[in-house]
Design a protein around this ligand. Structure first.
Ligand SMILES: Nc1ncnc2c1ncn2[C@@H]1O[C@H](COP(=O)(O)OP(=O)(O)OP(=O)(O)O)[C@@H](O)[C@H]1O
Length: 242
């Protein structure tokens, strides 16, 4: 199977804090990978390393067979890497549609009707079409999360990085978001999903990795990983924090 992403011995420290410590793993094209780990383990930093807003101290990152370790964030975005942020970051004074258009024009490089068509398609997939003309600042938390997804999808990603998108939602809202993410996955987009809401992860991902102190401490089939005593101990800590 073709690998869309490969991290090879990626390390980065802030002073004494290692946010990535010899991190190595691969992601197959079309695969959904879950990432679990306690607060401060380095999960968001790993996304920053993949998207190019943080440079590794050492190691190599490949995307679609190309070494992107020194590529700029803008170049990686154009190549098809998109992310959602843990704290939704819409342009609050703009409408939902205008927010989508920013991503379609600036990240996917589209203009005119092509950009509008993509935005409408994505807004339908993310169930925000009926909110298209509302200001983004007034959306509920679920719809702000849906807008995060919309903005990422309007960049036409091959790889979608989701950062704790299920946090803070009610059970019913979480189920509805899981369904949308399943549909995105089924459309062929490769996904890496950092999440503390473990049942949401388990409903979607085919493989899990667990990170602690920037190190990968477990990797494999989700149920087997969750059953391991080492991960159970960390998970109890995560459940207490969540
Ligand atoms: N730019 C930075 N400068 C200094 N320290 C940083 C920087 N970015 C992150 N850190 C520190 O690195 C550690 C890892 O942070 P990171 O946000 O990657 O963890 P995380 O696993 O995503 O945590 P959470 O689950 O709380 O979001 C934390 O101790 C954080 O304070």
């Amino acid at each position: 199977m073709t690998q869309i992403l490969k991290l090879d011995g990626v390390s980065r420290a802030f002073g004494a804090v290692k946010v990535a410590d010899e991190l190595s793993y691969g992601l197959a094209e079309g695969e959904a990978l879950g990432v679990l780990g306690p607060n401060g383990a380095g999960k968001t930093s790993m996304f920053n390393l993949i998207t190019g807003t943080l440079q590794p101290g050492s190691g190599r990152i490949e995307f679609a067979g190309e070494d992107i370790t020194r590529h700029s964030a803008a170049r990686r975005s154009r190549a098809g890497i998109a992310r959602s942020f843990q704290v939704p970051q819409p342009f609050t004074h703009m409408t939902v549609f205008e927010n989508a258009m920013v991503a379609a024009t600036q990240s996917a490089g589209l203009s005119g009707h092509a950009a509008e068509r993509l935005c409408l398609e994505v807004l339908e997939r993310t169930h925000l079409l009926d909110k298209a003309n509302l200001p983004a600042g007034g959306l509920t938390l679920l719809n702000r999360k849906r807008l995060e997804l919309t903005r990422a999808l309007c960049a036409k990603p091959r790889l979608l990085l989701l950062d704790e998108i299920a946090g803070g939602l009610t059970e019913a809202e979480c189920r509805s978001l899981i369904q949308t993410i399943k549909e995105i996955h089924a459309s062929g987009v490769s996904i890496i999903w950092i999440e503390h809401v473990v049942h949401a992860l388990m409903a979607v991902v085919e493989r899990l990795i667990v990170i602690d102190f920037g190190r990968k401490i477990a990797e494999g089939e989700p149920k087997a990983i969750m059953a391991s005593p080492e991960v159970q101990e960390i998970y109890l800590g995560i459940a207490a924090d969540a």
